[in-house]
Ligand binder design. Structure first.
Ligand SMILES: [Zn+2]
Ligand SMILES: [Zn+2]
Length: 243
């Protein structure tokens, strides 16, 4: 399994980084799965020369714009570029309505247009795995206020595994989501504790409890980007990881 960090930034473009998007590929195929699709993700995918029309499945951790706001653009792009592959979106309860509302707010009428492809929306249930495109996707509910439950997600194939924290304040659930995975992409939003987000100080306290093989920070705010990060591995836009 190959993971490309398409967007490693926070919601506000800190450090010139794109919003969250991780492209996952299996067996030398192009990336067919995205984990999160922030508002800037269509541009970020093109920057990495990844074709959005090759994506079959988009796994959404939570319903904030920097994690799902790119969906309307990606769906409309598919319409204008004659996409024919169906698209499956898996997200928190409420994803279907929030996606329709976002599409209608940005491009009125766009949610009801007939297209050459269907958009299937599925909803997470805590710790219920789904098999999607050769990948087992398991959501773990975490603690982040976003108008709907928020999740960390674990992706497993026969050859490798990764987990992503999404946005959350500290919870021991993260240890379970990242248990024994090859790669854990983890929010490292701020140097010191802050409500609803992960910080470097708290992560340091729990660092030895993780059983993942590698932990890589992402979604850093300006203060985290300016902090001493020498003991951490930090993602950047375009970072490619093989697990
Ligand atoms: Zn968020
Ligand atoms: Zn975020």
């Amino acid at each position: 399994m190959d993971a490309t960090v398409v967007g490693s930034g926070d919601a506000f473009g800190s450090g010139g980084r794109f919003q969250t998007c991780i492209a996952v590929a299996v067996d030398d195929a192009p990336p067919r799965v995205l984990v999160d699709c922030g508002a800037t993700s269509l541009t970020a995918l093109r920057k990495q020369q990844l074709d959005p029309n090759e994506v079959d499945t988009i796994v959404i951790t939570h319903l904030h714009g920097d994690h799902f706001g790119g969906l309307p653009f990606l769906i409309l792009d598919g319409q204008f570029r004659r996409r024919s592959r169906d698209l499956t979106v898996v997200g928190p309860p409420g994803t279907r309505d929030r996606l329709t509302t976002a599409m209608e707010a940005l491009y009125p009428g766009s949610s009801e247009v007939r297209r050459r492809f269907d958009v299937h929306v599925l909803e997470h249930a805590d710790r219920r795995p789904l098999e999607l495109g050769g990948i087992r996707v398991t959501p773990y509910e975490v603690r982040h206020a976003s108008g709907a439950p928020a999740y960390a997600v674990q992706l497993q194939t026969s050859t490798g595994s990764l987990a992503y924290s999404g946005d959350t304040e500290w919870t021991d659930v993260l240890l379970q989501a990242a248990d024994d995975v090859d790669l854990f992409l983890c929010e490292g939003y701020s140097p010191a504790p802050i409500r609803w987000h992960l910080d470097l100080q708290t992560l340091e306290q729990h660092r030895d409890r993780f059983t993942c093989r590698e932990l890589v920070l992402t979604h850093l705010s300006p203060t985290a980007l300016a902090a001493d990060l020498t003991t951490w591995k930090v993602a950047y836009d375009g970072l490619r990881l093989t697990v």
